[in-house]
Ligand binder design. Structure first.
Ligand SMILES: Cc1ncc(COP(=O)(O)O)c(C=O)c1O
Length: 358
């Protein structure tokens, strides 16, 4: 069986050493030694300059907190091509998603269409650096400052990505990441928020910890805290992060070598140091996609329709505008297996099966 992804598991002895520290401290949550060490090590590894990191329980809660603080129950300009959590967070926070179609090559929100979607109710742009591919950050910043809007980046896929020499997490008013078990860097479940503005960061901090510090009850809050046990996993995985990225890069290049001429692969924006987190391929038709997916499944190999469907078509998000590029790409895009243990032989088998079904 070849799954579409597999969690990277560090040697259990190394994980146990970290868990033992939590036992010794008899401290399992509420920002103990391990969480603080993890944040410091992540900040160093990511070479954060202006932004500070705050780890949380997953990658969804930072989006919700960002929208609670900046969305102001308004209209949020967003992408239809992302994981469902991006739009769900908007609706959950009583804001209204306004979908803007995506760029056909980069698959990120089409920055040339954003201005036409702005109304006097718009408060934020929430854009996803989808598959770790940066949005057109400069243009989004220009539009946001012209119209006095806040920018939130869903950077769930972006661990280790740099854009123009800086961590991608440094861009936007708030940037978020997921440390879910299937992500490149993970803590089992987990996530983080990145923010430069100290006053906003304080609000985010309070929001994720019930809104109080000791007996001082300051603002509305929820529980978004990461535990020491999650941090133990993160500290153990972080030791291997360079190997993990290097292996994913090898996988990516092998797929590209064999399939690049036959299927459309992700077009990475210039000046990006990429992390090779996913292997999305765009087929010529939905039928072709279904043939490939079926052929792989006959051989107990699993790919994933990611992202499908286009989020503007989900009726429970309300009545929404058409986004033809996103709808067409969603029908034709398939993510191929990519994980640390995947072997060259396995990739060659996958490639052969794909070619035979084209
Ligand atoms: C683009 C995007 N945003 C948000 C999330 C939510 O992250 P989490 O699963 O850590 O809550 C994911 C998870 O896969 C994602 O892919």
């Amino acid at each position: 069986m070849i799954p579409v992804t597999k969690s990277f598991l560090p040697p259990i002895e190394e994980y146990v050493v970290q868990v033992q520290r939590a036992y010794n401290n008899q401290w399992l949550t509420n920002r103990g030694e391990l969480v603080q060490e993890l944040e410091q090590k992540l900040s160093d590894y990511l070479e954060l300059e202006e932004s500070k990191i705050l780890c949380m329980s997953n990658g969804t809660i930072p989006l919700q907190i960002a929208l609670k603080l900046l969305g102001n129950n308004g209209e949020i300009i967003t992408t239809p091509f992302s994981y469902v959590a991006t739009t769900a967070a908007i609706v959950w926070e009583n804001c209204t998603p306004v979908f803007v179609d995506i760029h056909p090559d980069f698959l990120t929100i089409d920055e040339t269409k954003i201005e036409a979607a702005i109304t006097d109710k718009t408060t934020c742009i929430l854009a996803t650096h989808v598959f770790g591919n940066p949005c057109h950050i400069e243009q989004i910043e220009r539009i946001a400052s012209k119209h006095n809007l806040k920018v939130i980046y869903d950077a769930a896929h972006c661990f280790g990505v740099k854009y123009k020499g800086k961590s991608i997490f440094e861009y936007g008013d708030i940037s978020t990441c997921s440390f879910h078990a299937t992500k490149l860097f993970h803590t089992g479940e987990g996530g983080a928020v990145f923010c430069k503005d100290q006053a906003l960061l304080k609000q985010i901090f309070l929001s994720h910890a019930f809104g109080h510090i000791g007996d001082d009850y300051i603002q509305l809050g929820v529980n978004g805290k990461i535990s020491e046990l999650q941090a133990a996993m993160g500290l153990s995985v972080l030791q291997y992060i360079e190997d993990i990225i290097a292996k994913r890069k090898e996988n990516f290049e092998l797929y590209k070598y064999h399939l690049g001429e036959r299927l459309t692969m992700l077009n990475i924006r210039a000046e990006t140091k990429y992390n090779y987190c996913y292997i999305p391929v765009i087929c010529s038709s939905e039928n072709e996609l279904l043939r490939i997916k079926g052929k792989l499944e006959e051989n107990i190999i699993f790919s994933r329709r990611y992202f499908y469907p286009s989020l503007n078509t989900l009726t429970y998000f309300g009545k929404n505008e058409k986004c033809l590029v996103s709808e067409k790409i969603s029908q034709r895009i398939l993510c191929l297996p990519n994980y640390f243990e995947l072997t060259e032989q396995q990739i060659k088998k996958i490639v052969e099966l794909i070619i035979s079904s084209l």
